[in-house]
Design a protein around this ligand. Sequence first.
Ligand code: HMG
Ligand code: MG
Length: 289
Amino acid sequence: MHADKVKVVEVGPRDGLQNEKSLIPTETKVALIDQLTDAGFPNIEVASFVSPKWVPQMADGAQVMAAIRRRPGTIYSALTPNMKGLEGALAAGADEVVIFGAASEAFSQKNINCSIAESMARFEPVAAAAKAKGVRLRASVSCALGCPYQGEVPIDAVVDVVRRMRELGCDEIDIADTIGVGTPDKVKAVMLAAATEFPLAQLSGHFHDTYGHALANVEASLEAGIRIFHASVAGLGGCPYAKGATGNVATEALLQRLASLGMQTGVDLDKVIAAAGLISGAIGKPVLQ
Ligand code: HMG
Ligand code: MG
């Protein structure tokens, strides 16, 4: 990727909505995704094929994916924690599946009900099947900057999971600050350490903005050479298994900051603002200005 080009992955329809308590109608999710598609994102995370008992909001992933309008060139991604999830995502026509592990044992247990080692064993057949089908494979590494249960997470633990994800054949790996505790120096150090095991150009920054550090962390990552960032329209979101964590960096804010730094994304900010208005109205949350 060119030095001033950034890929923005819109994760609002998944990470943004998964934490909403009242069930959002499928049509509203579809309308949101269609607006985001029109805004020109190269990649949108649209669904999770996880247990509906664990995350009821994501139970309609298949219906959502069947109803959205797809733009050629946009990658529509879905989370797949195990083979059951993978089968659902493939049947729904996901272009990319996302296995999600953690650098913290405690978070792995809370989020996906197994140890890090067990999660890797579960991901193995998922990764192999995705590759066999020619579907892109991405991995998220949660709690790469800190954990709500265990606190500090050593950089070595992040690097170890990144290495194992590389061995599974991942095309892209997300370094995720699940609870927004990362600070620019630490983020840069983690990115550079992760890059010892995986190509820098295929690493991404997934920053929740709990303490308002996300944009500073994006800038620190840019300095380290990262050119892929996740963001959530209207700054929605959080993880049901990371109490108190707020949403991802707002897409509108990320796009404005990247533009001010001379970075190109190919995404239409006005259309994202319109999409933010739609979803904020639908779920009764204020729109960011
Ligand atoms: P488990 O209970 O250990 O799984 O859950 P199990 O295999 O024993 O199955 C238990 C039940 O779940 C069975 O149903 C399965 O059929 C069903 P029952 O027999 O009881 O009726 N089941 C499924 N149903 C639908 N789709 C599936 C599936 N798998 C099992 N794929 C499991 C393990 C991983 C499934 C569970 O822990 C789970 O679904 N966790 C959800 C975690 C989640 O979605 N978290 C939020 C997303 S991650 C995130 O937000 C972080 C990220 O943004 C990065 C960051 O910020 O850090 C990515
Ligand atoms: Mg997240």
